[in-house]
Design a protein around this ligand. Structure first.
Ligand code: SAH
Length: 245
């Protein structure tokens, strides 16, 4: 019997060179590539043979079902996500929905998540223990997000913020900074990277005090250092240990 298989592929931050060789090979072999319009547009030119299935933002369930149906029909199909598909991505949802498609095998292909690709742009901000927190309250109550921010700040984790803002949530980064500032020095070293791996990529270094009024959008990843994080020229570095304790 013909094998029915859906690949859930993390394509990394955007550029083809930041994709893994495995992800690139699998996308090259797939007859159908499904995803959110913006990500499909990023990869479309590289796989001219493939058929593309796109859905707008937020329609994640529909996107997963569309991809599962395609795979179940016998077409080798990939569902693509930015970064890694398991990090605030669709891998979990697709695996859950796959229970209704028992004959279809699911394979998850990892990708470089924004914390890592953005970290490389800044230098080495994640050299010690770090926490990744999403500021999106679409699926998480804001009180839970606040609790995580507080705990991470109190424990002196380096903090990496995903989803720091959107059109509807323009003040979330400022709100997060006010919570962090209760436990951390305003001089704490921070970095902000936008459009990682894309032609419009930019980065900025600043203090936590300055981060409160920084301009972030939905293609921004924010880094907040620990007590030991420092700047060396235009690079942000968190040493692997604590020197002065
Ligand atoms: N699965 C993705 C994360 C999805 S959540 C991953 O592993 O990277 C969406 C958030 O990820 C964005 O709001 C932003 O904070 C971050 N992000 C994803 N791609 C990015 C990019 N190319 N540049 C900057 N930030 C990015």
């Amino acid at each position: 019997m013909e094998e029915k298989r859906l690949y859930i592929v993390g394509i990394g931050p955007g550029g083809r060179e930041d994709m893994t060789i495995r992800a690139d090979r699998i996308l090259g072999e797939c007859q159908v590539i499904a995803g959110y319009t913006v990500y499909v547009d990023l990869v479309k030119d590289f796989y001219p043979e493939a058929e593309f299935l796109v859905t707008p933002m937020r329609q994640e369930k529909e996107r997963c079902i569309m991809a599962l149906r395609s795979a179940a029909s016998g077409k080798k199909t990939a569902l693509i996500c930015s970064g890694d598909s398991g990090v605030y991505g669709m891998a979990g949802l697709a695996l859950q929905l796959a229970e209704d498609f028992p004959d279809t095998e699911i394979e998850v292909i990892p990708g470089i998540t924004a914390a890592l690709s953005g970290g490389a742009v800044l230098g080495a901000p994640l050299g010690h223990d770090f926490a990744v927190i999403s500021l999106s309250d679409l699926l998480t109550p804001w009180e839970v997000i606040e609790m995580r921010l507080r705990s991470a700040a109190e424990s002196d984790f380096v903090i990496c913020l995903y989803n720091p803002a959107s059109r509807k949530r323009s003040d979330y980064l400022a709100r997060a900074c006010r919570i962090l500032l209760k436990h951390r020095d305003p001089g704490t070293r921070c970095g902000l990277v936008k459009n990682i791996g894309r032609s419009e990529e930019t980065m900025e270094l600043m203090t936590l005090g300055e981060l409160e009024s920084a301009d972030a959008d939905m293609f921004t990843t924010v880094f907040i250092g620990n007590r030991e994080t420092f700047f060396s020229g235009r690079r942000m570095i968190t040493p692997r240990g604590y020197r002065n304790v």
